[in-house]
Design a binder for this molecule. Structure first.
Ligand SMILES: C[S@@+](CC[C@H](N)C(=O)[O-])C[C@H]1O[C@@H](n2cnc3c(N)ncnc32)[C@H](O)[C@@H]1O
Length: 714
């Protein structure tokens, strides 16, 4: 700040301020009321107005202009202030009176005169070298000392006008002396809403940041109007980096955010803007939808932690936003590149998406992302087409954004980059004939807690939904299955012979295998159910009795196993006993449909946990099973381990009170270390029939070992 200004009279300072505005092309008529307002707002501190070449004033004037010209609402305030001043001045000392205060009648008269006067009366400040400005009217370029940020806003204003005519804009080049801008290769990005009929959003390049702008000063300077927080590459983790250093994965690295610039600016008109700048390769970037970015940040920061971590800061949230923008903005490109690598016939479109493949997929794929099962039909004929089209999955997130958390995939041991093709589907979907009735009318008063609110677990008395589990909630406030309930579930899974089984008169499973002469029923285990609150319940989605329906919340990774079981699933964090991991999601089939596709199937799960309640023969459409061969979630990667697996399956009632349909949920049966493989016991009877695979689980209780030894002896 020019120290000589400190001794100038207020009148002179006001004149200088208006002259500076004039040199930017703002008329005194426009600038004057804004100056008055700002002067009041800044508690008559001229330094703040003069700081950074009248930056705050210029921004406020520009805002006033954009909001429809001069707004002289400062008059009243100023007049009131003047009254106050006059009353106050009667008790002021002589020395005070010597000061030529801006709210003195003198100041007012002079400003009023200047308002009427000619703009040429004011001396123009010396031009800044190299600064190119577009005039407010977008007509005459002129040189000025305005900050680059202001110039940027004015450019943007013109750009927005241009966009209305769908004009393509070139990115403004960073100013040669702007180191900040050159560190980050690209310009700032922003979204602009377009007028009706135009494309919904466009990425605009904003000008490089003002290197003169103030750094965050926090409490030290509460009047600072512009803050910036820059962190260079070392402090920002690679965003879409699926190479895990600890595991030494060979899967390729994606774009990393090499620099993060957080910019906060406010105007005197009460507007505060925050901007993020992430450095990336623009050729590999396509601006993602903001909703997707926010959803991802929520998932990463809030939902996956369930509670806010103690070290949460706005800075780290902003960093996450920046990283999510980079990740989402580069995913399509990476996927496309991989498709081109493997298929070799990709025709690249403007935004990096293989249009040919997209169009083909749209023909074949109809997916539902709503809650619960939906009676949509997924034609089996699509499978073949899909498997040729979708040979490669998105390597950064196998769920393709369908889950609350990103699920990465790595192969540390083999050449195979991805598992055989399948369509990721976070929830079960009916294949064709299965009948899943999730109607509200079927949920009686006894099956819901309509009068509850908030979190049922904090109510003094357990709600109606807990009645089905003996009047006790299965979940602890931490969202874990209670130890006693878990003990029972583990026992049923580990020692089935010790537990109650029901035998159908005519088993739907056997009759679907051989309708004419079905074999006798082999028995179905009676399992304990969890009953979660649902749509007719009055509690919130965050209720502690809603765990499975909220979806995956732990950090999982699909990886290529070393022991020959192919792809498997592991946790990246330590998990306590009783933690929900994921559902087994797939197509809902009738047993007949399952039998028809038996030749192709992997390991379907028969939904027979509720068969004990059925009298006589279950109708075919009620005897259901889940098949994740073609459509499924991460549950399809969980390998088998005999007896001492670390996961246990628990049936969960959510949307249907009858137990012909339910959710198959995996919970940890013991504490699981980070990077440990997650396994469950498929319950295969290796003695009874030759299994579809030779077990290599490595468990000391392996039931397949005997079978393998027999094989070797032959
Ligand atoms: C539900 S899938 C699990 C994911 C599978 N590993 C993959 O790569 O997609 C079941 C298949 O995995 C393999 N598998 C799972 N557990 C196994 C085990 N203990 N021993 C040998 N193979 C196993 C078998 O091929 C089995 O058919």
């Amino acid at each position: 700040m020019n120290s000589s200004r400190g001794s100038m009279s207020h009148k002179a300072r006001a004149q200088r301020a208006l002259a500076a505005m004039n040199s930017l092309g703002f008329s005194k008529k426009l600038a004057y009321p804004v100056l008055k307002r700002l002067h009041n707002l800044y508690d008559k501190k001229w330094e703040l107005i003069e700081d950074d070449n009248y930056r705050a004033l210029a921004e406020a004037v520009l805002d006033a202009q954009m909001n429809g010209g001069p707004v002289d609402d400062g008059d009243q305030e100023l007049e009131q202030d003047e009254d106050r001043h006059q009353r106050h001045s009667t008790v002021r000392s002589d020395s005070d009176d010597e000061m030529d205060t801006p709210d003195s009648p003198d100041f007012m008269t002079d400003l009023a005169t200047n308002r009427r006067g000619n703009s040429d009366d004011f001396p123009s400040p010396p031009p800044r070298r190299g600064a190119m400005v577009i005039s407010p009217r977008g007509a005459t370029p002129l040189q000025s000392r305005a900050s680059p940020r202001l110039l940027g806003r004015r450019r943007r204003q013109v750009m927005e006008e241009d966009l209305q005519h769908d004009v393509f804009l070139r990115e403004p080049k960073p100013e040669p002396d702007d180191m900040d801008a050159s560190n980050c290769q690209n310009a700032q990005l922003g979204l602009v809403d377009l007028p009706h009929g135009a494309r919904s959003s466009r990425v605009l390049a904003l000008p490089p940041p003002d290197r003169n702008s103030k750094r965050i000063s926090g409490a030290e300077n509460r009047t600072t109007q512009h803050c910036r927080n820059r962190e260079m590459s070392s402090s920002v983790a690679p965003t879409s980096n699926i190479m895990n250093n600890e595991t030494g994965s060979r899967v390729r690295n994606m774009q990393a955010a090499t620099c993060l610039d957080i910019d906060v600016a406010s105007s005197a008109m009460g507007e505060v803007k925050m901007s993020l700048k992430c450095s990336l390769d623009p050729s590999k970037f396509c601006m993602p939808a903001l909703e997707a970015v926010f959803k991802m940040v929520e998932n990463k920061c809030l939902l996956s932690h369930k509670v806010l971590p103690p070290d949460l800061s706005i800075g780290s949230l902003m960093k996450e936003i920046c990283q999510c923008v980079v990740q989402l903005g580069t995913e399509d490109t990476v996927e496309h590149n991989m498709q081109s690598d493997s298929i070799g016939n990709g025709s690249r479109s403007e935004n990096g998406v293989n249009q040919k493949q997209k169009a083909a997929e749209e023909l074949f794929v109809s997916k539902d992302s709503g809650n619960g099962p939906v009676n949509s039909t997924l034609a089996q004929e699509r499978h073949l087409a899909l498997s040729t089209l979708r040979t490669i999955h998105d390597v950064t997130d196998i769920s393709k954004g369908e889950e609350r958390v990103r699920i990465s995939i790595v192969n540390e041991f083999g050449e195979e980059k991805c598992p055989p093709s399948f369509y990721y589907m976070p929830r079960n979907t009916v294949f064709r004939n299965a009948r899943v009735s999730a109607s509200l009318s079927k949920i009686g008063d006894e099956d819901c807690c309509a009068d509850c609110f908030g979190n049922c677990l904090s109510a003094p008395v357990p709600c109606a939904c807990a009645r089905k589990t003996g009047g006790e909630y299965v979940y602890t406030p931490e969202g874990l299955v209670r130890p006693a309930f878990m003990d029972d579930c583990v026992s049923v899974s580990r020692f089935p012979e010790k537990h109650h089984m029901v035998f159908c008169k005519t088993c739907p499973l056997e009759s679907s295998r051989n309708k004419a002469s079905p074999e006798p029923c082999r028995g179905h285990l009676v399992r304990k159910f969890i009953k979660e609150c649902w749509s007719k319940c009055g509690c919130s989605m965050q209720c502690g009795n809603r765990v499975v329906q909220r979806g995956i919340s732990c950090n999982l990774q699909v990886f290529f196993t070393e022991n020959g079981t192919g792809w498997g699933l592991r946790t990246l964090d330590e998990l306590p006993r009783g933690a929900f991991v994921c559902e087994y999601a797939g197509e809902i089939l009738t047993n007949t449909e399952l039998h028809e596709r038996a030749a192709q199937n992997m390991h379907p799960i028969v939904l027979d946990a509720g068969w004990c309640s059925s009298e006589g023969l279950l109708k075919d459409e009620k005897a259901l099973c889940l098949d994740a061969t073609f459509y499924g979630n991460v549950g399809r990667f969980i390998n088998h381990r005999c007896c001492d697996a670390n996961l246990v399956v628990i049936p969960v009632e959510v949307e249907t009170p009858d137990h012909h349909y339910y959710h198959v949920a995996f919970f940890t049966s013991k504490k699981v270390e980070a990077f440990e493989e997650l396994t469950w016991d498929y319950g295969i009877d290796f003695d009874h029939a030759k299994a579809s695979f030779q077990c290599v689980c490595g468990s000391r209780y392996c039931r397949g070992r005997k079978w393998r030894l027999d094989d070797q002896r032959m």
